[in-house]
Design a protein around this ligand. Structure first.
Ligand code: 0RA
Length: 378
């Protein structure tokens, strides 16, 4: 969420109300907004099983990732507290705390209490966040029996607490600080979720993916439920300098490589950033992972189709141009380029259309050609 979006939220609310009743109406809408999330949580976070439970974490972390991708943060700490609360801390600018003119509340409170429509963001800015559903941190707030925000900004530590999406305290200054950043601590509401115990490996896998997908960001996962004899908590630090190149190395660790190098492209076309890394091993199966806006598109979609076509055409052309196929009696098929392939493809799409059973299939047709023939290959 960026500052324009915070402003847009109030615009949307204001436009639907007459000025005279505005203030009152604003409050009612805000309540209705988060009540809707509590009434039908699955509509906002997919489901209320263990999947939805973990999705709350992704939602908060994705906001910090956005702050990092905007160039203001490079560290994100995720901590599973002893009581299965989750703490997400970043070293970004801190969510603004100044009074929001139209909403008559601190901007922080607007961010945490106003439902933000999913998937909509300014064209041209690669706001990647939103997790799978793009619902924002207000949904996490709505589905938590406790949430605490701590903002380090302008030399002060600001703090506000919530329960079930509603503030239980004013925004207060609780101390001084020499740095900036945002910390969100939340405890999922057990009356909403069928499971409220976090799985370390599920979170570790997601944070590892995020580190590979967003080179340069350091993500640290700490489990305060799991202490060794010396009292040190279980912890992993995820960081990648080489991005998808290292992702492919990680996937193929223990496999026998067929080619020495990992082919790595980091480019864009028509404003769509595209990163691809691939290699071949001596196995016979193909292993392609695809991502849109950091979301694992397990059902694939247009970006994956474009990649497959681009790969087939490129390798075929190379073989043709170098007379490697002159003595071949049969036509090469696209399957011939699949055996032993390991690839990761990541694209950032401004207005993604997610389709399919699990909403993890990219539908945007324009992305197909963009990935099939990125500009530097033309
Ligand atoms: C809007 C504006 C600004 C920062 C953020 C949002 C922000 C949001 C999150 C959520 C998690 N971590 C975050 N860090 C920052 C900054 C506006 C300014 O300082 O000019």
């Amino acid at each position: 969420m960026n500052i324009d979006e915070i402003n847009n939220i109030s615009d949307e609310q204001e436009n639907s109300q007459s000025e005279s009743k505005k203030y009152q109406a604003d409050n009612i809408q805000v309540l209705e907004g988060l009540e809707a999330v509590r009434k039908r949580p699955s509509m906002y976070i997919g489901d209320t099983s263990v999947r939805g439970l973990h999705h709350l974490v992704y939602e908060v972390v994705d906001n910090s990732i956005d702050e990092a991708l905007a160039g203001y943060a490079n560290k994100i700490f995720v901590t599973i507290e002893a009581d299965n609360s989750i703490r997400v801390e970043d070293n970004g600018r801190g969510i603004p705390v100044d009074m929001h003119e139209k909403m008559h509340k601190p901007a922080l409170e607007v961010v945490l209490t106003v439902l933000h429509a999913g998937g909509k963001f300014d064209k041209g800015s690669y706001k990647v966040s939103g997790g799978l559903h793009g619902v924002g941190v207000s949904c996490v707030n709505a589905l938590s029996d406790y949430l605490r925000a701590e903002i380090h900004r302008d030399g002060k530590i600001y703090m506000q607490e919530y329960a079930y999406g509603k503030p239980t305290s004013e925004l207060k200054v609780i101390g001084e600080t020499d740095h900036t950043g945002t910390t969100i601590i939340f405890h999922p509401d057990a009356t909403i979720f069928s499971e409220t115990v976090y799985d370390y490996n599920t979170l570790a896998n997601r944070l590892r993916d995020l580190a590979f997908l967003n080179a340069g960001i350091t993500l640290t996962l700490t489990d305060l439920r799991d202490l060794d004899e010396e009292g040190n908590p279980h912890q992993d630090v995820f960081h990648s300098d080489e991005g998808l190149k290292e992702f492919v190395k990680y996937i193929d660790a223990g496999k026998e490589p067929l080619i020495e190098d990992i082919i790595h492209l980091n480019t864009e076309r028509n404003g769509v950033p595209i990163e691809v890394a691939l290699t071949y091993n001596t196995d016979f199966n193909e292993n392609i992972y695809s991502y849109v806006n950091n979301i694992n598109t397990i059902e694939g979609g247009t970006h994956l189709t474009g990649f497959r076509r681009g790969l087939t055409l490129t390798l075929k052309k190379y073989a043709d141009d170098n007379h490697m196929l002159d003595k071949l009696k049969i036509e090469l098929s696209k399957e011939d380029f699949r055996d032993g392939l390991t690839a990761v493809i990541s694209v950032k799409v401004a207005e993604p259309q997610f389709e399919g059973q699990t909403k993890t299939k990219l539908g945007n047709n324009e992305v197909m050609g963009v990935v099939q023939t990125p500009s530097r290959l033309r």
